[in-house]
Ligand binder design. Structure first.
Ligand SMILES: [Zn+2]
Length: 276
């Protein structure tokens, strides 16, 4: 048994009522793995009691899906706040190998390379676990398999972006967390079918950005797929009635999903519903 808690469920440009879409995987042991660490993560975590003074003990590691700021914007904070506390170990860092070097060279290096008396590298701040494409990593008896998604096609190249299939070892129950993806039903159909629970990014704005799955497109999926799909990464006050349309619903900030053979919601957060 493990849990997934969404520390935020909003889009990149959301408000503090939603925060950006990052999540915690909470193992049966109580250890926590952060799935993406975006610009709002420091404050979203603070609302859950995880702050500068205890983060090194509360967060065991972080997985990075891609390099947009709503997914990595608090990585400099995480690096420095753990580095300068002698009571903290380096957080583990998981991600696709090439993405990890881009994370350093294109994003973090400018702020983190210079330490007093030292030229620092990513490994000074994080215990790095690069993952090769088509491989998995195991953390706390849970297997995580990165799945490339089509999020942004830049020039002639698909930008590196990787969702996750999450499966506890010894269980056949699979969760598909898309992180960020366009609507790509043909490319995703195998993962939609084989997973028991789908956590899908979903934009609800009247104008489609083209880089996220839009509600109107997800709504065309077969009923049996929608019936196992929670939606997140939506705009404030979504007008759609996702439950009537056959989805599990819109996830709300701080919502906890307990992943056993089947999931159920944490009653502490049950009173909140999408659109509040
Ligand atoms: Zn993105």
């Amino acid at each position: 048994m493990y849990k997934i808690q969404f520390i935020g469920v909003g889009s990149a440009f959301t408000t503090r009522d939603y925060y950006q879409s990052n999540a915690l995987v909470i193992a049966g042991s109580g250890k926590k793995l952060l799935i993406d660490c975006g610009s709002h993560a420091q404050f979203a975590l603070e609302e859950l009691g995880i702050n500068n003074s205890n983060i090194g003990k509360e967060i065991d590691g972080v997985y990075i899906s891609h390099l947009h700021a709503d997914h990595i914007g608090s990585m400099e904070w995480l690096a420095l706040v753990t580095y300068f506390n002698p009571g903290f170990k380096r957080p583990k860092l998981f991600g696709i190998q090439s993405l990890m070097s881009d994370l350093w060279n294109k994003s973090l290096r400018g702020g983190l390379e210079t330490l007093e008396g030292k030229i620092a590298n990513l490994t000074d701040y994080f215990e790095c676990h690069p993952v090769r494409i088509n491989n998995s990593f195991v953390w706390e008896n849970i297997r995580f398999t990165p799945v490339q998604t089509v999020h942004v096609v830049s020039g002639m190249q698909i930008q590196h972006s990787y969702g996750l299939i999450i499966q506890e070892i010894g269980s056949d129950y699979k969760v598909f967390l898309t992180t960020d993806t366009q609507f790509a039903p043909y490319q995703m159909r195998k993962f939609y079918e084989q997973c028991d629970l789908i956590l899908h990014d979903c934009e609800t704005a009247p104008f489609k950005s083209g880089v996220h799955a839009h509600y109107d497109d997800l709504n065309t999926l077969p009923e049996h797929i929608k019936a196992k799909m929670w939606l997140y990464h939506y705009q404030p006050n979504p007008p759609q009635d996702s439950v009537t349309d056959g989805f599990l619903g819109f996830l709300v900030k701080a919502q906890i999903l307990t992943i056993e053979k089947k999931y159920d919601e944490n009653p502490d957060h049950k009173e909140k519903s999408a659109g509040d």
